[in-house]
Design a protein. Structure first.
Length: 975
């Protein structure tokens, strides 16, 4: 009534009230629905983080339905992106891509530039996962343009969107094998994240970059970036953070393990093991226990290795981790093989095969190939040749099936060794050649990559070359043997420098038509054997028939190979050099024809003998080869070399303590092994100069000091002596000018004590006697400049090198076996390491004809050491343009060195070749008529030592002992 009295339209008022209430209810409903969608989205995120992918998908899809019902386009796009990432993490990449594309369409419709950039990035991630790298880069570049356009990006941490994209563009270029572009984008990513000060994102990028280098086996860079990533810690670490840290530390430990830094590797692994146990992660625990076991195995502590492998194996089996189980079983087999327990090794090898065959990844198949090769080796040790052949052949088939070139070359080498032992040298040589050619092909494929990227590959390949050279010499195929010995020298330098670039362009060993036919016949039989093996595995109906056919084919193969062997023998009898490479033989010819009376000597140290190959001038420009043999095993040779070096190096107050007669007795034994077998040939050739391409422990021998007991002469009294790294690396195109004015010298030295090294008091006298600093200088013999003590630093070396023909460095230097970067030259302000020496190519090192390192030293390695560190250091000068290096095997009494150097330079100034100048300088000490100073050039003077404590002269030295004159070796061009 009252309402009516005021004239209100009651039905309309009620309708308006109902409509208002309905709108409010709808708003409340939409708000509730939005909250429900948000709750489901958060729930999906939690499931995704817990790797509960199906539950995550269910929650996200329910949230997506609600966002669509309430027309929340932004929520719809974000949820589609989340669903896409669940698909991506669950390896449903195609579904992920389609979902990301739906999100992108919405972002473009609602003009959400940030969302569009994120979706473009997500699509790039999908293509990256699909290994469609070019498409990934295209989408990443579009996303990057938006990231750079939208300055106020807020994702995870401020600004991390852009560095993330840069990182993944780098990863895509890595997938395209474009390492240069990959590294460029990695560097841009790292620089950008450091600009915005986002440490956790920085850690993620450092981790990725570290893994990039790790995956490429570029371990120095991997170590650097991984250590930086490990150094970034979170204040509060949850399980995910600890897992991230475990992954980084495990990789760090493995890098140390690869670099043979066992103590550091063990320390890191133990720290990582503690973290894995702290969060109760058995899979990581098992992986790390395996790493600890590998370290013990490397240290030859086999019982401890087995203990930790067993712990790792138990966890792998409990976790049903067949990948780790297979690897561990294979490693256990390897330990038992090292222990000589072949039955146990065989048992675990077959267990490993059984497990690994359940996995289909290339890594596991590659491990199968390695295991098959090991089983073959076991049967070979047990003298079961047929079984060994069978498993080597299976290893070859598996390797070829997945393009595993490393296992293929190993299987070929194993088969060749077996065939050689069965008196089938021609086929063995063909397979060895094929193995070497694979090594060379792989090297060619990686030679343009950075140094340490090549490290793992180049190690331990030399044995294949060595076995092939031995077999070729035994068959009288000496020209081919010389080629292989050259490749061996290059391979050993690759081992030392850990660079596949040594030797430049890859060299393939040629196969004659008849050898190619042998290889084809072998390949056909191998392929048929694979067919039979597959039938045996599946028990196919044709099994008996295939076995009959294989038996028939084997008989045909043997007959065919025998005919081809005879054809090859006949051809070699008519033309022994028809298989020799003209390119490689020409390098030997250049050396032996550069100066009359020159012979090139290749000792090849084998386990049970020494083979010696001579390259001798024939006619005007030809070269012929001769082969000899000494009956001494590798261990006995090393023991004698070690004894010889100890006798030469034992001193008291700079005076040798072993009498000359004792030294000569040991030197005679080495002479009898290395020179006596050649003497008849050498005497018939009027030889004046021996050039040695030394091998293994012979590199530790000062060849000039070998003693001929019959003639009562050292080798240096009969011949000028020099060495080469390899004929291919020796530039004989010119010689040092006989005119001193044409040979400007840069002389640098350290007389004072630096870095705990003792002073070299005679260095100033040595430099003054070499360098003619002005027109009135009556001491020096070559024009140039000298830098002493603190004036000698790397900058002075670099900035004064251009235009010099001689570089003389009188300072402490150490040649270290193992990692070459541990070797150094000592300047007035510290060590100059290999990396800096390599940069000298940019500053005129290629002008230098002679580098002299007058105070070097190196220790004698073990019986299996190659001794390559001695010529190896010279390689860093020679590869960058210097023609020759004069160095010392041990640190010689300072005044004696000074006297020899003065005599050497005087001889050079008189027009002698470098080899003859060194010979005459050594003879001057040997004969006791060396000059210690050159105030005038008439008459002889004794060598007088300076007391480093008082600066006063001490008594004269009897420098006839080989300790004083023998250590100096000339490497490279001896002209």
């Amino acid at each position: 009534m009252a309402i009516a009295s005021v004239g209100v339209d009651v039905p309309r008022a009620i309708a308006q009230q109902v409509e208002t209430e309905a709108i409010e209810a709808q708003n409340r409903s939409e708000s509730d629905r939005n909250a429900e969608a948000d709750r489901l989205f958060d729930q999906g995120t939690q499931h995704r983080d817990a790797e509960q992918f199906q539950e995550a998908l269910q929650a996200f899809q329910q949230a997506l339905i609600i966002y669509r019902e309430i027309d929340d386009r932004l929520g719809e796009s974000i949820t589609l992106s989340a669903i896409g990432y669940v698909y991506l993490e669950d390896n449903q990449v195609q579904e992920a891509l389609q979902t990301f594309q739906q999100a992108l369409m919405i972002d473009q419709e609602i003009r959400d530039r940030l969302g569009e950039g994120i979706s473009l990035r997500n699509i790039g991630d999908a293509y990256l996962e699909m290994e469609q790298y070019q498409q990934a880069i295209e989408f990443y570049q579009q996303a990057l343009a938006i990231a750079q356009e939208v300055q106020e990006v807020q994702e995870l941490n401020a600004g991390t969107f852009e560095p993330y994209i840069l990182l993944n563009i780098g990863r895509a270029y890595d997938g395209l094998n474009d390492g240069t572009q990959a590294i460029e984008y990695f560097q841009r990513s790292l620089a950008r994240v450091r600009e915005i000060n986002a440490p956790l994102m920085e850690r993620a990028i450092l981790s990725h970059v570290g893994y990039f280098y790790y995956d490429l086996e570029q371990y120095g860079q991997a170590l650097e970036f991984t250590e930086q990533a490990v150094a970034i810690r979170e204040e509060q670490e949850n399980r995910d953070c600890i897992l991230c840290r475990i992954g980084l530390l495990h990789r760090l430990g493995h890098i140390y393990e690869i670099l043979n830094q066992h103590e550091q590797a063990m320390e890191i692994y133990e720290q990582t093991l503690s973290l894995a146990r702290r969060i109760n992660d058995p899979r990581w625990e098992g992986e790390i226990l395996g790493g600890i076991a590998r370290v013990y195995e490397s240290l030859e502590r086999y019982e401890r290795a087995l203990e930790f492998y067993q712990l790792s194996l138990e966890i792998a089996r409990n976790e049903n981790d067949t990948r780790v189980e297979g690897f561990v079983l294979s490693n256990i087999s390897n330990v038992y093989f090292s222990l000589g327990n072949y039955s146990k090794s065989l048992e675990f090898s077959f267990l490993a095969l059984e497990v690994l065959e359940q996995e289909e990844t290339d890594g596991c198949i590659s491990c199968i190939g390695r295991t098959l090769n090991r089983i073959g080796r076991i049967y070979n040790q047990l003298n079961q040749d047929d079984r060994a052949y069978e498993f080597y052949q299976q290893a070859l088939i598996v390797a070829r099936g997945i393009g595993d070139r490393l296992n293929e070359k190993q299987a070929l080498s194993n088969l060749a060794e077996l065939l050689a032992a069965q008196n089938q040298p021609e086929l063995a040589i063909v397979l060895y050649k094929q193995s070497v050619n694979i090594i060379e092909e792989i090297r060619h494929g990686i030679r343009n990559l950075p140094l340490e990227q090549q490290e793992s590959y180049v190690q331990s390949e030399a044995n294949t070359y060595r076995q092939l050279a031995d077999l070729l010499i035994s068959q009288g195929r000496l020209g081919e043997a010389q080629q292989v010995l050259e490749l061996l020298k290059l391979q050993e330098l690759r081992d030392f420098t850990r660079s596949a670039d040594v030797g430049g362009i890859s060299t393939q060993l040629p196969l004659a038509d008849v050898e190619q036919q042998m290889l084809d016949e072998f390949g056909t039989l191998t392929a048929f054997s694979q067919r039979l093996h597959e039938c045996e595995q599946s028990q196919c109906a044709e099994l008996s028939q295939l076995r009959d056919r294989l038996d028939a084919r084997t008989i045909e193969f043997n007959n065919s190979i025998e005919q081809l062997r005879q054809t090859l023998r006949d051809r070699l009898a008519q033309d022994p050099g028809f298989l020799s490479s003209e390119a490689l033989n020409s390098t030997a010819r250049e050396i032996v024809t550069a100066e009359p009376g020159t012979v090139l000597v290749y000792p090849l140290v084998l386990e049970d003998k020494i083979r010696i190959l001579l390259a001798i001038r024939s006619g005007e420009n030809g070269v012929i080869f001769r082969a000899f043999e000494s009956d001494v095993n590798q261990q006995e040779l090393w023991q004698t070399v070690s004894e010889f070096r100890q006798q030469l190096g034992d001193t008291q107050n700079g005076i040798p303590t072993t009498d000359i007669a004792t030294v000569q007795a040991t030197a005679q034994q080495l002479y009898d092994w290395l020179i006596e077998p050649l003497q008849a040939e050498l005497q018939g050739q009027e030889v004046q100069h021996l050039v040695f391409a030394l091998d293994r422990s012979t590199r530790y021998i000062p060849m000039a000091a070998l003693f001929d007991a019959d003639r009562q002469q050292y080798l240096i009294e009969q011949y000028a002596v020099s060495t080469i790294l390899a004929a291919e690396l020796t530039d004989m195109s010119d010689r040092l000018s006989p005119n001193p004015a044409d040979n400007p010298v840069l002389a640098m030295g350290v007389a004072m004590s630096v870095g705990g090294m003792p002073p070299l008091a005679n260095v100033p006298t040595e430099l003054n006697a070499i360098v003619q600093t002005g027109g009135t200088d009556s001491q020096g013999v070559f024009p140039g400049a000298e830098f002493l003590d603190r004036a000698f630093n790397f900058s002075a070396l670099r900035d004064n090198l251009s235009g010099r023909r001689i570089l003389h460095i009188a300072t402490h230097a150490k040649f270290q076996s193992g990692r070459p970067e541990d070797s150094f030259l000592l300047s007035g302000d510290g060590e100059i390491r290999i990396g800096r020496i390599q940069t000298l190519v940019n500053y005129g090192l290629d002008d230098v004809h002679l580098v002299v390192l007058s105070a070097c030293e190196t220790a004698v390695g073990g019986p299996d050491e190659s001794g390559i560190e001695i010529p190896g250091i010279s390689y860093y000068f020679l590869q960058n343009g210097a023609r020759s290096v004069l160095a010392s095997l041990w640190l010689v009494n300072d005044p004696a060195t000074s006297a020899l150097m003065q005599q050497f330079y005087g001889n050079l100034a008189g027009g002698m070749t470098k080899a003859e100048a060194l010979r005459q300088a050594q003879l001057s000490l040997l004969n006791g008529n060396a000059e210690a100073s050159r105030a005038d050039r008439s008459g002889d003077a004794t060598v007088t030592a300076i007391d480093t404590r008082t600066g006063q002269p001490r008594s004269s030295l009897d420098v006839r002992h080989p300790y004083y004159w023998a250590p100096f070796i000339l490497i490279g061009n001896g002209l």
